[in-house]
Design a protein around this ligand. Structure first.
Ligand SMILES: Nc1ncnc2c1ncn2[C@@H]1O[C@H](COP(=O)(O)OP(=O)(O)O)[C@@H](O)[C@H]1O
Ligand SMILES: [Mg+2]
Length: 601
């Protein structure tokens, strides 16, 4: 089974990019990761101290054992042996005590770094404009803060420090071996460059395997996230089979990448261990021969056997660390790439905050396109005085929601200008503008929590009484009290435990409590039943009172009382006026209205 073509082309583009920047251990990435330890400099430095200490201790533990063997034991010196063993025990005990703290500090450092990185990623995502999220795959983003973070954690917590211990103790072991018999050391160390070269060849392939592995995992999580979000559609269109098939293919694919990575690892590891054993054999053959003919003292040979463990065990160990470093690099590369994604647009550097808003909204010759060559709005001119209501009507896809998003500065117009109270939105900070705007749409989002929590979203400090008052002002207090736990009802994740209509009621109350100057109702009542809607018309009229309102609705009963009705067609305004004037003009609006009236809506 292969990927769908889209996924495959995305992957080949990515691997082309990673092949170009094929530097398995990227200094820039390491430096940037190390930068995250700066805030924990004391912890990190303490850890480095312990690591250096252990790098010295480990070869000396081996050395001490060899000393006891070749010294007092070889001499059959009982008191000397007891003293030697006691000394060995003390050294070993101290070494392991250092290990306890080395381990604990490393865990703490890894946790701290990952915590800060996650914070950064989350903050970054929250700053990205809407256009970013319509392109980004949710699962890919989830992978950035889950699996990628885990490999980074291992990288921070293990790789650097274990490598220093291993490398340091290997060097000291080598030093001691040279001290005992430099010729024997030279003979056996001719193997090292050969081993190193082979490892270098193998590890390039391993790096790619790790990247593939993590990318395919991101595809798996993306598909899972998408399926869970769209489970209603999947089940209602009986698409379970197709979805399961697609998912199974991705999982199979992922398993293949896992296997490929494991296969590379499974070649490198045994190969390195085999080299260690080969080395020991060399020591025994050459050293043993020399000891037999008297060229090398037995004590030196014993030291060699013990110290060689520190030297040659280091190579497979460094290999393992190297694997983990590659995985961490791949993870960090992707996390940093996300952090480096610049938004398509940001508030201008000199953007000022809107402190007070009257609610005068003006659009001059506004044009907009989501994608460069497909215009969605053109030459839209519109003025709404404070407190007035404008209704936007038109066929699906005519650009009504887009226009509303532009007013909230969720996107920037590609032509013309939009001004609130005469201030061009280009020079206004988006968040400050949106404090004065509330938006209720057809598919409103509820956060996990209670109904009251969700009403409070726009004003987190509101009291219970204020929350209730907002619901009462909308005449939906009884509706909410009728829920299983009233205002304390748990809405479930994404509001899944409320009906669409109930969710909408919560969102109206949310807008009411936020008390904005500008209100956007985008097909806000399309999911409530007709009885509720009729009842809510009065409530919505109350919500609109004194606020500049943009009302988008299919049901003409909702729009007929607007101060101005604007008819959009393919992104252009084709008619405008009051309900009566538009009926008299007998154009598109009048036709639609009569048709709707004819079928009794
Ligand atoms: N995020 C988006 N990316 C690309 N195109 C979009 C996006 N949102 C809407 N569009 C396109 O813009 C046009 C207008 O959409 P919209 O404003 O939602 O229409 P309406 O609300 O009137 O139904 C449609 O052709 C739609 O396909
Ligand atoms: Mg719409």
């Amino acid at each position: 089974m292969t990927d769908p073509p889209l996924a495959r082309s995305a992957r080949s583009a990515r691997s082309a990019r990673s092949a170009r920047s094929e530097r398995p251990l990227d200094r820039g990435i390491i430096r940037r990761l190390a930068g995250y330890t700066r805030r924990y400099a004391r912890l990190r430095n303490g850890l480095l101290g312990l690591v250096v200490l252990r790098a010295i201790q480990l070869p000396f533990v081996a050395w001490a054992m060899a000393r006891v063997l070749s010294g007092p034991i070889a001499r059959r010196d009982a008191p000397g042996t007891v003293a030697g063993v006691a000394g060995f025990l003390a050294l070993a005990g101290f070494t392991e005590l250092c290990f306890v703290f080395r381990y604990r500090f490393a865990l703490r450092l890894g946790e701290a770094v990952v915590h800060d990185l996650r914070d950064d990623v989350y903050a970054h995502l929250l700053r990205m404009p809407m256009s970013f999220f319509s392109r980004a795959a949710v699962g890919g983003l989830v992978a950035r803060v889950t699996s990628d973070m885990e490999v980074i954690r291992i990288g921070v917590q293990d790789v650097a420090f274990v490598s220093i211990v291993t490398l340091g103790s290997a060097l000291i072991s080598a030093g001691l071996m040279i001290y005992y018999d430099w010729r024997l050391f030279l003979v056996v160390s001719i193997m090292v460059p050969g081993v190193w070269m082979l490892v270098r060849r193998l590890r390039g392939r391993l790096g790619q395997a790790h990247r593939d592995q993590q990318e395919s995992f991101a595809r798996v999580t993306a598909t899972l996230a998408e399926s869970v979000a769209g489970i209603r559609e999947i089940q209602s269109f009986a698409r379970q089979g197709a979805s399961a098939g697609r998912f199974a293919a991705l999982v199979r694919d992922h398993a293949r990448y896992n296997m490929a990575a494991a296969r590379h690892g499974a070649i490198i590891q045994p190969f390195l261990e085999w080299n260690g054993q080969l080395f020991l054999c060399l020591v025994l053959v050459i050293g043993g021969y020399q000891a037999l003919v008297g060229g090398v003292p037995l004590a030196a040979l014993i030291q060699f056997v013990f110290l060689s463990n520190g030297l040659f065990a280091a190579i497979p160990n460094l290999g393992t660390q190297y694997n983990q470093a590659l995985a961490a690099m791949a993870g960090a590369e992707r996390v940093f790439a996300l952090l480096d994604t610049r938004p398509d647009w940001e508030d201008a550097p000199g953007a000022t905050a809107l402190d007070r808003v009257e609610g005068d909204v003006r659009l001059d010759d506004v044009g907009f396109a989501y994608e460069a060559d497909r215009r969605v709005l053109a030459d839209v001119g519109l003025g709404v005085a404070p407190g007035r209501t404008v209704a936007l009507v038109g066929a699906t896809g005519s650009g009504k929601s887009t226009l509303a998003s532009l007013v909230a500065k969720l996107y920037l117009p590609t032509a013309g200008r939009i001004a609130v109270d005469g201030r061009d939105l280009a020079g206004v900070s988006g968040p400050s503008l949106r404090r004065h705007i509330a938006c209720v749409t057809q598919d409103n989002f509820l956060y996990a929590g209670t109904v009251a929590d969700n009403i409070r979203v726009g004003r987190p400090d509101a009291t219970d009484a204020e929350v209730r008052a907002a619901a009462r002002a909308l005449d939906v207090e009884q509706l909410i009290d009728a829920l299983p736990d009233g205002f304390a009802t748990d809405v479930g994740e994404g509001g899944a435990r409320l009906s669409l209509g109930q969710r909408q009621v919560v969102c109206f109350a949310r807008a009411m409590l936020a008390d904005p100057r500008i209100l956007i109702l985008d097909e806000a009542t399309s999911s409530v039943d007709v009885v509720t809607e009729t009842r809510m018309q009065a409530a919505l009229a109350r919500l609109r009172t004194g606020r500049t309102s943009f009302v988008i609705a299919h049901r003409l009963a909702t729009v007929r009382h607007a101060d101005e009705i604007v008819v959009l067609d393919h992104g252009r305004i084709v008619e405008r006026g009051t309900h009566a004037a538009l009926l008299a003009a007998n154009g598109a609006y009048a036709r639609t209205f009569r048709r709707a009236a004819g079928i009794g809506a």
